[in-house]
Design a protein around this ligand. Structure first.
Ligand code: PEP
Ligand code: MN
Length: 276
């Protein structure tokens, strides 16, 4: 029934079965606490990123996200700041101590992005870009593999298999919503997929309720639902002023909204930690 289970046992698969944790610069994903990766959809400016990084850090986030190279449906929409964004992300990481996760869109960018980022995100639209996956398999960086909007669970796990079989066992899966007949939400966040992928793959699985719903007000409820389904972490889009965001504003939490969510899921730093 499940294709990857028919993949012949090999060293990579054995390693995969053994571990459910991936470490990104000291942050352990899987096997314990829910890891929260938060930040803007796109890095838009130095100030916007620094303000967001400081805000999400104060609210208890574990990692900083932010797009430098953006996969946009329209070629006329903001495409990301590229290298400048990578530099801002690095600076924000150095100041806050938060490891960085950012998308690498093309094979030609892997080396540059890997120089600045602690974890490389494969975007939903690239899940089955097998030549990109093959390069990432030999890149010494953990990979966050987003599920394609039209990919089955089997296809998603087989895409992960490209990374594992190619030698990169540091892979985290991310459910970010799939296309269904429903149009009231941007995508349909498939939480059964979170539970099933965890049963089948032994890889950590996180959920992205921001892209999964496209609607800010739904993000807290779906974050809690994802944790209930067993998610090892969350990816949440946060912007200091969502109304002015250059991408995905309607689904982005503002900083107080994010701090409130972190409280509700028990991730807000305690006063003692804050003082330390
Ligand atoms: C993102 O994380 O900003 C993004 C573009 O995600 P996805 O690939 O899931 O659409
Ligand atoms: Mn986005």
């Amino acid at each position: 029934m499940i294709a990857w289970k028919r993949v012949p046992e090999n060293e990579a698969e054995i390693r995969m079965r053994e571990s459910r944790t991936v470490k990104v610069k000291g942050i352990q994903i899987g096997g314990g606490d829910v890891v929260v990766m938060a930040g803007p959809c796109s890095v838009e400016s130095h100030d916007q990123l620094m303000e967001t990084a400081r805000g999400v850090k104060a609210a208890g986030a574990n990692m900083l996200r932010g797009g430098a190279y953006k996969p946009r449906t329209s070629p006329y929409d903001f495409q990301g700041l590229g290298l400048d964004a990578l530099k801002y992300l690095r600076e924000a990481s150095e100041e806050t101590g938060l490891p960085i996760v950012t998308e690498v869109m093309s094979e030609g960018d892997v080396e540059t992005v890997a120089e600045y980022a602690d974890m490389l995100q494969v975007g939903a639209r690239n899940m089955q870009n097998f030549s990109l996956l093959r390069i990432l398999a030999v890149t010494k960086r953990p990979v966050l593999l987003k599920r394609g909007p039209s990919a089955t669970i089997k296809e998603w796990l087989l895409a992960a298999e490209y990374l594992l079989a190619g030698g990169n066992t540091e892979v985290v899966l991310c459910e970010r919503g799939i296309k269904t007949f429903e149009t009231s939400t941007r995508n349909t966040l498939d939480l059964a997929a979170v539970a099933l992928a965890r049963e089948l793959s032994h890889l950590p699985v996180i959920a992205d309720p921001s892209h999964g719903t496209g609607i800010r007000s739904l993000v807290p409820a779906m974050s809690k639902a994802a944790i209930g389904a067993g998610a090892d972490g969350l990816m949440i889009e946060v912007h200091p002023c969502p109304e002015r965001a250059l991408s995905d504003g309607p689904q982005s939490l503002d900083l107080p909204g994010f701090a409130q969510l972190m409280k509700e899921i028990g991730k807000a730093p305690s006063r003692r930690t804050e003082a330390a």
